[in-house]
Ligand binder design. Structure first.
Ligand code: GDP
Ligand code: MG
Length: 438
């Protein structure tokens, strides 16, 4: 799958301390192949690789990241950008007015199913939706909508198959006005392929009915075709938003990546299964991390970015190298680590650190007592831990309201940390240094 392929590319990068321009090129060539194989639009891939390359080469590697993680970070950010950065909601009129949503798409894309799924979401929001059976060509279509509507507890309006879709739509809207519905969802007929009759029918509805949102449903499993379909529909009838179905299971994520870039239209929801509850809001960042298949790494990168003040980190690195690390630094470290969600995460981010530190036992529980103890130390004691003799320790324990053994434990921990910092600074001078992609 796409994410497996990308993971392999980054695995190769992850082993390296520093990236050269050649490394970036090789990695991005593989990213490119993986994206093309996943059916991402060729032009989209080309532009995508170009912008990643431009950003990666010559950029500083953040102190807290490896070069490989840095490339993942950029690829991820560009993917999110490609998909539109933010979540786009289906636009509804105020509840006092009637919103008309027209669903369109090829046969089998998932229109009827998605119509019922949306109805459920709207009902949860306190809306009163009416589903309208405008697919008059397939005998089973009306029945299917009725069954789904019933499951959702939502009324279905139908006139059988002897009427034109546009007239059914008009009649349904009248029915809605009379009966207090505030959203009408038109389930239109698809065709197996793009077809003039289908387009004409949809245009006719739009010309005669005040459609609030035209929603296109495409099947993720059709890959590049889904993108072409989206482009054509948008060109011919105008589309406000896209829903990608069948993203559950083993589908190639390509359609999700290209549709926004090719059509300029946002993805609103994604279908994640056949059940009527399987419709999810579309989050570009979540989709990118799903495509990259590296949720954990990305979360860490994000946290590192949010919380680590780079200057402070650099200063700390200097101190570590000289092993000047004192209790003030220790306190600051604790605060940083806490902000980042725990020491386990922090260690996991340091290349090679987990192996080095496997016998040093540290866990987050120590923090609460630790802070109290350090707060009970004098300035001098904090900056010169060597002077901590038994009587000082006794005084500190009393001040912090803990047993003296806790103070001893902390001092020991501090010494271990200092040792560990020394080890890390050795590793950092090899790997984590502020390098440049050259
Ligand atoms: P329509 O012809 O566009 O109205 O498509 P349907 O709503 O009849 O759906 C066609 C098939 O796709 C049905 O078997 C649905 O159960 C299935 N389907 C729709 N959406 C999803 C989805 O998100 N995931 C999966 N796995 N199946 C879906
Ligand atoms: Mg249908």
């Amino acid at each position: 799958s796409l994410s497996e392929k990308l993971q392999n590319v980054f695995k190769n990068l992850r082993g390296k301390g520093r990236l050269t321009e050649a490394d970036v090129k090789v990695a991005l060539k593989e990213v490119k192949m993986a994206l093309l194989e996943a059916d991402v639009n060729f032009k989209v891939v080309k532009n995508f690789i170009k912008s990643v390359q431009e950003r990666a080469v010559g950029q500083d590697v953040m102190t807290s990241l490896t070069p490989g993680q840095m490339v993942i970070k950029i690829v991820n950010e560009e993917m999110v950008k490609l998909m539109g950065d933010e979540t786009t909601e289906l636009v509804l009129k105020p509840a006092s007015e009637l919103t008309v949503i027209m669903m369109c798409g090829l046969q089998g894309a998932g229109k009827t199913t998605t119509t019922a799924k949306i109805a459920g979401k709207l009902k949860q929001k306190g809306r009163k939706p009416l589903l309208v059976a405008c697919d008059v060509y397939r005998p089973a279509a009306i029945k299917q909508l009725q069954i789904n509507g019933e499951k959702q507890g939502v009324e279905v309006f139908s006139m059988g198959d002897g009427h034109k879709p546009v007239n059914i739509a008009k009649a349904a809207i009248e029915h809605a006005h009379k009966n207090g519905f505030n959203v009408v969802i038109l389930d239109t007929a698809g065709r197996l392929h793009i077809d003039e009759d289908m387009m004409t029918e949809l245009i006719e509805i739009k010309e005669n009915v005040d459609v609030t949102q035209t929603v296109l449903v495409v099947d993720a499993m059709t890959g590049q075709d889904a993108v072409n379909v989206a482009e054509t529909f948008n060109g011919k009838i105008g589309v406000d938003g896209v829903i990608i179905t069948k993203l559950d299971g083993d589908t190639r994520g390509g359609a999700a990546l290209s549709i926004r870039a090719v059509t300029g239209r946002p993805i609103l929801y994604v279908g994640m299964g056949e059940k009527l509850s399987d419709l999810e809001q579309f989050y570009p960042d979540r989709m990118a991390s799903r495509i990259l298949g590296m949720g954990d790494v990305l979360t860490l990168i994000e946290k590192a970015q949010e919380t680590i003040d780079e200057d402070k980190a650099r200063e700390m690195e200097k101190k570590m190298r000289k092993a000047e690390f004192d209790f003030n630094d220790f306190l600051e470290q604790i605060q940083q680590v806490k902000k980042m969600g725990g020491i386990g995460d922090l260690l996991g981010m340091l290349p090679g650190a987990s192996a080095q530190l496997k016998d040093v036992e540290i866990n987050d529980d120590i923090f609460d007592g630790t802070v109290a103890i350090i707060n009970s130390m004098t300035k001098k004691e904090r900056s010169q831990p060597d002077i901590l003799n038994p009587s000082r320790k006794k005084r500190i324990a009393k001040g912090a309201g803990v047993d003296i053994s806790e103070v001893n434990k902390l001092v020991k921990q501090y010494e271990q940390s200092k040792k560990m910092m020394k080890q890390m600074s050795g590793m950092m001078s090899g790997k984590g240094k502020r390098g440049k992609f050259k």
